[in-house]
Write a protein that binds this ligand. Structure first.
Ligand SMILES: [Fe+2]
Length: 315
């Protein structure tokens, strides 16, 4: 039994030497400022959580990841884990209570409860027709007036890390946070697991195919933070915008085989990769883990994974 079963991912926490530049990037990426203090930037999506991305002012760094707990009881349970803080009142915009832990690779893991929820930001997107069914779009030119510009980030989806102590790190997120294996990935022989996709465990409720992907590596660090865009078309819109702004492209556009998301990866000014995705498979807890060969990882379309992205890890 894990200590808790986290309810959701909350935010990634980075450190950057220039909050103006960070905000410019995240705005172009499709987030909206929730709050800015002299020392930190809080960005939100169109969903209700107060923020889904935190940047502290300082030398470039991946500080860590944050989850939402289902209850304050769960925070109490976590506070009894070795090395955890007590339950703290979060002295930051958005508020709530928090326990801080450290994962085996030394990155901070915050588990929070009671973050302020804001009014959702309405995002109007044209419905999608198929060849068989054109009832969705009638008597109106739906894309007339859809403007060029950033994507519309809805929510945070997942995070991916490299770990030199793969089993320990993976075990930690499963045992303490309650993540559940979706797919283990092997290379060459089935006992050589090189990566693992893990999701939230919300029982019968359907959740994204993965919230956490852990990569066996010789280094520790963040590979990417991932955010859901409004839909596939919205990723295309964002792609044009990011390209025009001159940001560094890492991989995409393509569709993954595991999880089925359409993806597009962009680096921020300090090389931290942020992903746009849409259209994921969702699973509930009834589905057992799969073992899948790395050779099956190529999706139905899009270029194969570039080495530049695969080996990418920032501390
Ligand atoms: Fe991803």
């Amino acid at each position: 039994m894990p200590v808790i079963r986290a309810a959701d991912l909350a935010y990634g926490r980075l450190r950057s030497p220039d909050l103006d530049k960070q905000e410019e990037f995240l705005t172009a990426f499709g987030m909206v400022r929730a709050e800015r203090t002299p020392t930190a930037l809080y960005m939100r999506g169109s969903d209700a959580p107060h923020h889904i991305h935190v940047t502290e002012l300082g030398d470039p760094k991946y500080v860590g990841i944050a989850f939402h707990a289902a209850s304050t009881d769960d925070l109490e349970k976590l506070s009894r884990v070795d090395g955890a803080t007590g339950v703290e009142t979060l002295d930051e915009p958005g508020g709530g209570k928090r326990v801080r832990l450290t994962d085996p690779d030394g990155f901070q893991v915050e588990v929070i409860h009671g973050m302020e929820m804001l009014a959702k930001i309405p995002v109007m997107r044209p419905p999608v027709n198929t060849g068989e069914d054109k009832t969705q779009r009638r008597n109106k030119l739906y894309y007339r007036g859809v403007e060029r510009g950033p994507s519309h980030i809805k929510r945070i989806g997942h995070f991916v890390v490299h770990s030199p102590q793969f089993e320990k790190t993976l075990g930690w997120y499963r045992d303490i946070i309650g993540l559940r294996c979706s797919d283990d990935v092997y290379a060459d022989s089935e006992d050589n697991i090189v990566g693992s996709f893990n999701r939230l465990d919300r029982g019968d409720e359907y959740v994204d195919h993965h919230t956490f992907f852990c990569i066996r590596s010789d280094k520790a660090g963040l590979n990417h933070l991932s955010y859901e865009a409004a839909d596939i078309d919205d990723i295309m819109i964002g792609h044009e915008h990011m390209k025009q702004k001159g940001y560094e492209h890492f991989w995409g556009i393509g569709r993954h085989s595991l999880g089925s998301q359409v993806f597009d990866y962009w680096g921020d000014p300090w090389g931290r990769v942020h992903e746009h995705w849409a259209d994921t498979d969702v699973l509930n807890a009834s589905i057992p883990p799969n073992l899948i060969g790395r050779h099956e990882l190529n999706g139905p379309w899009g270029e194969p994974i570039p080495a530049k992205f695969m080996g990418h890890a920032v501390r």
